[in-house]
Design a protein around this ligand. Structure first.
Ligand code: MG
Length: 209
């Protein structure tokens, strides 16, 4: 499997909340920078929809995608909550667990040698991380404290000439939760990033050289 079309096709079969045009933008951004300053890293693997696009670009560039998720699902995906999906409930662990779905996606996409799953909280991984990143994609928990922690702990690792990308940026509160947007605005207000046009709800910031 190699063409973007086949990755699009595969991504359609994977559970997740990323639109095809958002996936394509992630792919294009990663393709542009993944070979330059370091690997790409995403927070929020879920079932691997975005990892397909970022991973495809990394594969083409001989780079690596690190993908962090505790794989226990977010607050709104727990039993009884609005986004609960019974297919993601693991009876052995007796809780939501998306690891197997994520691994299945990597297997189908032939990305197992490109994408490194980190099954842990992003805070735990961040404690000893020291590698500059070509692209950081923040799409983990959407509570304000969670997005803020992801931003504060990980954005310093974005290399010069690299990208900081957020998912679920909704300038209009009627369209969705405001926490990612508030943290995105915080990043913009530092003046450290150039604001690029959005694709869907992808907020794209470029860290200059
Ligand atoms: Mg998202």
């Amino acid at each position: 499997m190699s063409s973007l079309t086949s990755f699009h096709k595969l991504a359609q079969q994977v559970k997740g909340f990323l639109e095809p045009e958002e996936g394509q933008r992630l792919y294009e951004l990663a393709l542009e920078v993944a070979h330059r300053k370091g690997p790409c890293l995403e927070i929020g693997s879920y079932c691997g929809k975005s990892a397909i696009y970022l991973g495809a670009a990394c594969k083409e560039r001989g780079s690596t995608l690190y993908s962090i998720d505790h794989h226990r699902g977010s607050e709104e995906q727990q039993p009884g909550e609005f986004y609960f999906d019974p297919e993601l409930f693991n009876p052995f662990l007796y809780r939501v667990d998306t690891v197997a779905h994520f691994r299945k996606t990597l297997q189908m996409a032939e990305l197992e040698d490109v994408v490194v799953p980190l099954v842990a909280s992003s805070v735990a991984v961040s404690r000893s991380w020291g590698t500059p990143l070509s692209l950081l994609f923040i799409d983990g928990g959407h509570a304000y404290e969670t997005v803020l922690a992801d931003y504060e702990r990980w954005s310093p690792h974005v290399a010069p000439d690299g990208y900081l990308v957020f998912h679920d940026i909704f300038p209009n509160p009627d369209d969705g939760g405001q926490a990612p947007y508030e943290v995105y605005q915080k990043a913009v207000s530092t003046g450290r990033f150039q604001v690029l046009p959005m694709t869907g709800s992808l907020g794209v910031l470029y860290r200059g050289t």
